[in-house]
Design a protein around this ligand. Sequence first.
Ligand code: SF4
Ligand code: SF4
Length: 281
Amino acid sequence: MTMYMQEAYHPIHLCQPDCSKSCGACCGLYNWHDHSRSTLTALLSLQTELLAVHLPRNSIEAYRSERELRIESTKLCSDIYNCEFLGFIDPERKRVGCLAHPKVNNGNDLRDLCLYGRDICQNHFCPGYSCLTTIEQKAVIYSIDDWYLYGLIITDIDLVKEFFRQVENRIGDSIRERNLMHPAALKALRDFFLLKEHWPFKAAAPRLGKYFFTATEYTIARIDYQKRWGIPGSQYDKILVSLESDFSNREELHASERMIEEKINAFIAAYIAQQKLHSYG
Ligand code: SF4
Ligand code: SF4
């Protein structure tokens, strides 16, 4: 949500980490029934183009009316705010951000026009800032180079932490930055994160990560392994829940576990290869 912040507290700027991507998740970016890449790209483009016309004229009500007419999407959870000032902040449309922010609005701070107001917008830091370790934050930033996937992953604490836990248990060590920051390891990590966008076992019911939505509430989704298949659980339960999984039968569950296993093993192979290079050097 924030575009600039105090580096002493948050040395890594998760909202706007670099020129190739950024995040707008806490401004409601993904809170749409259809939150596919193509739909959100069209929505952000629409808001960017309409705001470019209306903000300089200070015609916010006209903007709101026109946006309302042209938006086709419906909200996922009505209690979560979908901010109308979210758009692309760069000409290349690689970075999502706040178009009411003074840095992109000729010095005018229009954030008080949104539901949260300027103070909340400026001072909100999502759990990614406090719950992810520095190496986990860097892993997400350096492996992903587009706003859509980046926003989905940097806000999915369970997915990132569980990936690290699985890998570290197998290699018997913490993931080290010097072995991680290599193209092959980063690509393998990105391939794992891409499961989030292209997961074949995604539930049909409205979900966002581990949250399941009814009309106005969200609760944590669970997979009842015992009841459905008479098994105690899956070693990848946290990952499966984060990926919004639903399975028709036990075979699908096992197929999904194999897919996750393959991605983790591919990462470990790339990581170990790099580790060996360093130990020879
Ligand atoms: S969800 Fe977190 S990283 Fe994303 S914009 Fe909000 S505060 Fe920044
Ligand atoms: S006004 Fe606040 S909620 Fe809206 S896009 Fe800007 S930072 Fe996000």
